[in-house]
Structures are given as C-alpha cells and as structure tokens.
Design a protein around this ligand. Structure first.
Ligand SMILES: *Cc1c(COP(=O)(O)O)cnc(C)c1O
Length: 376
C-alpha cells in the first residue's frame, strides 16, 4: 500500500470536507434547495473574486471558460492581442483562430514574463477587441504583470482585458474590480480544491457591453443566458450539481481561512520550494517573475527531468509534472496551489532529493528539506 500524493499544478487534492459534501444524495437542480446553493456560491465567489459583478459558473473545464470569454465578447474578424508565453497563452490564440478572430500574438520566451510596454506599443498600432493573458502561466511557472497590463488596457474604451486566472485566483491578491480586470476566468481543479469540471467567469460592465454587441456563433456557452438564469438563482442548462455543492463547501473553507491568510500561505509554500531548489544548486525556470502556484525547476545537467517525474510516480506514488514541448525532459513542475501546507512541501521535496541522488546528482542530501523546515 502506498499513499497517493497529488502535487501537480492541477488537478489538486480535494479536502475530505468537500468530498463528503459531494457524496450526499444529489438534489434536482430546479428546486429551492439547489437555488439556495447557487445563491450561496454566488455570494462567496464575489468575495473570492473581489467583485460586485456576477460570476458565471459553467459546467466545463477551464478551457471552456476561456472559449466562453472569447466567443461572447469578440466577433469573427476582430483582432485580439494574445500574450503567448507558454501552453496556455498558445491556447487563447488557438481558440480565437478557431472562431475566425485575428489573433496577434506577443511571443514571450518561455520562463519570462511579458513586458507591459510591448502591450502598450501594440495597442497604439491597431484596434484590438481584447487582450488575453495568463495571470499565472502554469506551463512555465511565470506570473505575468496583470495589474500593470490592466492599467494600460483601461485607456482603450473598446478593448477589454481577458485574464486566465485559472492558477491565480485564490493564490495571489488580484482584486478584480479594483484593478479593472474585465473578464476573469477560473477553473475548479486548481486552487478551488475541487475535481475538474467547473469554470467560473466574471465580466465587468465594459465586457458586458461587448457581449451585447457580439455576434459570434454560440449555443451552450451563452453568457447572457447564464446571467439571466443567475438572476433567478439557477443556470441555463443542467449545472455540475455535485461540483457546485463541493464549491460551496470549498469556498466556506476559504472564507474561514481568509483572503490574506490564503495569499500568505501560498507565498510561503512557493518560497519554500524555491529556497529548497536553489539551496542544492538547482536553477529556477522563471526566476524573475515566479508564480506562487507552481514552481518550475530546471533539472541539473545530465539528469532528464522525465526520470524525476517517473521516479516519483513509481517509487512514491506521487504526481508532479514534467515540462511540456521543448521544456519536456528539462524542467519539472511542483504544484503548490490549493489544499497544501508546509509539511506537503517537505514530503515532495524529500522525494525529489532522493530521486536526484539516485540519478547521480551530487549535493548534500536533506539540505533543501532543511530550507523548507526553516520556513515552517
Ligand atoms: C489548467 C489551466 C487551464 C485550463 O485547462 P483545462 O484542462 O481546460 O481545465 C487554463 N489555463 C491555465 C493557466 C491552467 O493552468
């Protein structure tokens, strides 16, 4: 018997309280019982998002939220400016192109954050309907400067900022209304501590005004229909009922912790892994603008990172993530967003050190673990 440890940047572990809430008999969704849950979830999501606006809940993975954001605000033929610094930035461009939008991509070297000045320059050149960016680019472990970008986009009345905050919401302070983030997307299997299957999307007044004018074809992901349903504490289609019940419980747990404590905890988890890696001579893949949700570590010379990932899986029944595309075999990624504490960081790093030592990397065994203990 081996205990399973999920340490990937999504899906993330689901707390027992959430699993138990979801294990109860499922109510019908057109009932007062469920309407009450929708209302409670809505109030708590507004708290988490730090917004006064509605937060639409869709039965979809995070990518469905990204698609919904684009097809409800941007028409075919319209230009969108996409920050492409990893797999998820690339996904925004792919979605836009699939719907006949013109995706103008700012290609950012993997491991780096976009320069806000590049966005400023592009917006001055062309008329864009939207700027799309990841608050945390999970594939590279980079945090993009969303607040600065929002301040630039705000100057253009016909342009909205669409933020993929799927691994940022609930991890770092990102006040939606205060920063003027027009569309903010989140997904259930990251810091929301739920199984995959729910996407949440908030829209500002500026974004809703584009929704009114948007003619892109859509049926299931109709945010106007969802907003109308939400006014009656319901959803346009059958919602992910058990996930909604789980979300209600997860949000209660988040409220018990409090926003600031939640952000502080994640900052410390991230700092622990960064310190641990650097203390044994490993380099961070995104040293300048690291995400607090996931840390990408460069495997030492002569060590294939896929062997670290596989070793953790086979020896310790633990899941971390390899790099993707060109970074495959070169980096490994440890997720620390959601239901984690410092002791979880100790266990993942102890496993990484054991595997590195057995793969022939020379360092003082236990040094990184000691760095994590120092921050406890
Ligand atoms: C996980 C993730 C998504 C959504 O991926 P799905 O597999 O569709 O849930 C989108 N963006 C980022 C940054 C993510 O980490």
């Amino acid at each position: 018997m081996m205990k399973y440890r999920l340490m990937a940047p999504g899906p993330t572990p689901v707390p027992e309280e959430v699993m138990l809430a979801m294990a109860k008999p499922i109510p019908h969704h057109r009932t007062p019982v469920f309407e009450k849950i929708v209302a409670e979830v809505q109030a708590k999501l507004k708290w988490l998002y730090q917004t006064k606006n509605d937060v639409i809940v869709l039965a979809a993975s995070g990518s469905g939220g990204m698609e919904a954001a684009l097809i409800n605000t941007v028409n075919a033929g319209d230009r969108v400016l996409v920050v492409n610094g990893g797999k998820f930035g690339e996904r925004f461009a792919k979605i836009a192109k699939a719907y006949g939008m013109v995706a103008d991509e700012i290609m950012v070297t993997w491991g780096h954050a976009v320069q806000p000045s590049e966005i400023e320059y592009k917006l001055a050149q062309n008329d864009y309907r939207a700027v799309c960016v990841q608050a945390s680019e999970t594939s590279t472990g980079v945090a993009h400067p969303v607040c600065e970008i929002a301040a630039i986009v705000k100057k253009y009345p016909g342009t909205i900022l669409i933020v993929d905050a799927i691994t940022a919401l609930g991890v770092v302070n990102m006040p939606t209304d205060e920063w003027g983030l027009d569309v903010v997307i989140c997904g259930s299997q990251k810091a929301l501590m739920l199984p995959p299957g729910i996407a949440t999307v908030s829209l500002s007044d500026k974004a809703w005004s584009l929704v009114e004018k948007c003619k892109s074809p859509k049926f299931y992901f109709n945010l106007k229909a969802e907003r109308k349903a939400l006014a009656d504490n319901t959803t346009a289609w059958t919602p992910g009922v058990s996930l909604m019940i789980g979300l209600n419980q997860a949000l209660t747990m988040m409220q018990q912790e409090g926003l600031q404590n939640m952000f502080d905890r994640h900052a410390k988890l991230a700092q622990s892994i960064r310190n641990a890696a650097q203390s044994i001579g490993l380099k961070l893949y995104a040293p300048e603008s690291p995400s607090n949700s996931v840390t990408a570590v460069v495997a030492p010379d002569g060590v294939n990172s896929s062997k670290i990932v596989k070793g953790l899986r086979d020896r310790f029944n633990m899941t971390i993530a390899d790099g993707q595309d060109d970074a495959k075999g070169k980096i490994f990624r440890i997720g620390h967003l959601g239901y984690y504490d410092q002791l979880d960081m100790v266990s993942v790093w102890a496993a990484v050190e054991k595997q590195l030592a057995d793969l022939g990397y020379k360092f003082e065994l236990g040094k990184g673990v000691a760095e994590i203990i120092k921050l406890m």
